[in-house]
Design a protein around this ligand. Structure first.
Ligand code: SF4
Ligand code: SF4
Length: 310
């Protein structure tokens, strides 16, 4: 992980590894659209008249954007690393950070991003079942370090990638056909498919947070200990350096997870309603357009609520 980015930075300029290889970027890029923060230009007119594009190329005040972004053309958060360098380099003082409501940006530019959105949504569900579920036999399928059972792992991989790459996108495509037909809108099935995928982002993010919460709470004791003795040098600032480990608020974890699932469902349903803006629908058309995918989201939410609270 150190060698590849280092070698790539020698051959290519800018952050080639972060932009084209890093799996973490692939994961956090789509979800950065949900952010409260967005970095944009202040005036599009100034950007349109700007010839030097300091944000993209850099100058004496700041470096070129490490992700190769021209802020004058930037419409969404996905590719921006929020390093704030362009605020320094723009000589026209035309870049600013804005605060906005959570989950407002409805990106997904093309089919590959739609696929990605569905894939990371499905992986959140699979990981939750695998690691939080009461089925140790399922965990044995992926535990190749201890069990060395490559056959079971092969079955698991086949099932998981079939679900993620074929079955779930197939279900969405099928729903897009139904949504297009029953709403009688003029948009293509591809456009409806993209709209459905766009609306999935908040639900996916909330499912990931729900999955991570038990692991975070397991480590709360260590965080409290570290606050008193951050370097392990025997300090005890707050008298908490040696408190015994305990599970943090175990009885509340299912409640937090349930709230997250419902919040994700609400935000995704809200986002699918906004499709009328891009697809220009009448009220009754909007109802039929939203119906297939809303039923799918609600079904998944009920299943995940049952799973987390049991
Ligand atoms: S953000 Fe600044 S440097 Fe970049 S295009 Fe706009 S005006 Fe030019
Ligand atoms: S904040 Fe950093 S990554 Fe984002 S557009 Fe500006 S320079 Fe590029």
């Amino acid at each position: 992980m150190i060698l590849v980015p280092t070698l790539m930075s020698v051959v290519w300029e800018l952050r080639a590894f972060c932009r084209y290889v890093c799996p973490v970027s692939v994961f956090i890029g789509p979800y950065s659209r949900m952010s409260f923060l967005s970095l944009r230009n202040k005036s599009q007119v100034i950007c349109n008249q700007c010839k030097p594009h300091f944000c993209l190329k850099g100058n004496a005040n700041g470096w070129a954007c490490p992700y190769g972004i021209n802020v004058g053309e930037m419409k969404e958060n996905t590719d921006c690393g929020l390093c704030l360098e362009c605020i320094r380099s723009c000589s026209y003082d035309n870049v600013s950070l804005y605060i906005r409501p959570f989950g407002m940006e409805r990106g997904t530019r093309n089919l590959s991003e739609a696929w990605l959105t569905m894939a990371i949504f499905m992986v959140a569900i699979i990981y939750s079942i695998l690691y939080l579920g009461p089925w140790p036999v399922v965990r044995d399928y992926v535990n190749i370090i201890d069990k060395h059972n490559w056959g079971l792992f092969g079955i698991y991989s086949l099932v998981m990638w079939s679900l993620v790459l074929i079955i779930v996108p197939g279900i969405f495509y099928f729903l897009a056909i139904i949504g297009t037909r029953i709403s009688k809108i003029k948009s293509s099935i591809r456009e409806v498919f993209l709209e459905y995928a766009r609306s999935l982002l908040p639900f996916g993010l909330m499912l990931w947070i729900a999955f991570v919460i038990p692991m975070l709470f397991v480590n709360v004791t260590f965080i409290i200990q570290s606050a008193s003795d951050p370097f392990g040098w025997g300090w005890d600032f707050f008298g908490t350096a040696n408190i015994p480990w305990h599970q943090f608020l175990p009885q509340f974890i299912p409640w937090f997870q349930a709230i997250l699932v419902l919040t994700g469902l609400y935000l995704s349903l809200r986002n699918i309603r906004k499709s009328w803006i891009s697809c220009q629908m009448k009220r009754q058309q909007l109802f039929w357009f939203c119906l297939p995918v809303s039923l799918l989201f609600t079904t998944v939410a009920v299943v995940m609520l049952f799973f987390f609270t049991n």
